[in-house]
Design a protein around this ligand. Structure first.
Ligand code: AP5
Ligand code: MG
Ligand code: ZN
Length: 217
């Protein structure tokens, strides 16, 4: 099963994607996390992505599409994956649809997390991220067991450089301009599940799980 999770920055895509991927036993493919990993390793791709990420803009479609194509060709993605942060433009969604169609597959469900801009801005200040495994925390809403340390892998937690308020606002503008039209693209295919992304993390997970269960039957 291929599931896309869409929503503005800070909507909770990563938080919910980790849970869905675990329960469906499919890999979570998160393009932002992949770029941050490259950045940490100092690769050429990391350097290229960095200037776009720091500006709150999209990394060029060709670069992202090639990276995702390589990842989806790995054996663990043969039967499905949970795409977090991809596609993010109409060109990327068309690329994904075409690539899956060639394999006799399709996007089975698009979870659209709906969160108002002001909620996003207030959430981001408290986010903490593990650059090693991609786990996400919030100082108030989802704290780690030990302050500043990742529960999953024990590495230190940091604040993402693109979580400064001015960059968050730039990312929101990019989302409204380039990414939100994808929701309408998939809506025509009848696969969109709209989920209110404001509320407790557990309640949102349950709403998503129910919506996905409905398609599997
Ligand atoms: P990416 O890393 O994907 O960032 P994003 O889309 O801006 O989204 P975030 O990861 O910031 O937020 P999220 O929705 O995952 O929320 P989270 O679960 O962390 O991309 C970064 C950059 O990479 C892009 O700007 C772009 O430059 C580039 N890029 C990536 N993919 C690309 C692509 N396909 N094409 C081109 N460029 C690309 O939650 C946020 C916080 O809120 C956390 O602290 C969390 O604990 C907390 N939280 C979660 N749920 C709740 C809740 N219900 N109530 C209260 N707090 C909550
Ligand atoms: Mg994320
Ligand atoms: Zn970690």
């Amino acid at each position: 099963m291929f599931i896309v999770i869409l929503g503005p920055p800070g909507a909770g895509k990563g938080t919910q994607a980790a849970r869905i991927a675990r329960s469906l036993r499919i890999p979570q493919v998160a393009t932002g996390d992949m770029f941050r990993k490259h950045l940490g390793e100092g690769t050429e791709l990391g350097w290229l992505a960095r200037s776009f990420m720091d500006a709150g803009a999209l990394v060029p479609d060709e670069v992202v599409c090639e990276m995702v194509q390589d990842r989806l060709q790995e054996p663990d993605c043969a039967e499905g994956a949970l795409l977090d942060g991809f596609p993010r433009s109409l060109a990327q969604s068309e690329f994904l649809d075409r690539m899956l169609a060639e394999r006799g597959q399709r996007v089975d469900r698009v979870v659209s997390l709906v969160v108002p801009d002001e909620e996003v801005v207030s959430r981001m200040g408290g986010r903490r991220t593990c650059l090693s495994c991609g786990a996400t925390y919030h100082v108030r809403f989802s704290p780690p067991k030990v302050e500043g340390v990742c529960d999953r892998c024990g590495q230190p937690l940091v604040q993402r450089p693109d979580d400064r308020e001015d960059t968050v606002r730039a990312r929101l503008a990019t989302y409204h301009r380039q990414t939100s039209p994808i929701v309408e693209h998939y809506r025509q295919g009848g696969v969109v599940l709209d989920v209110d992304g404001v509320g407790s993390i557990d309640a949102i997970s349950e709403a998503i799980a129910r919506g996905i269960e409905a398609v599997r039957r």
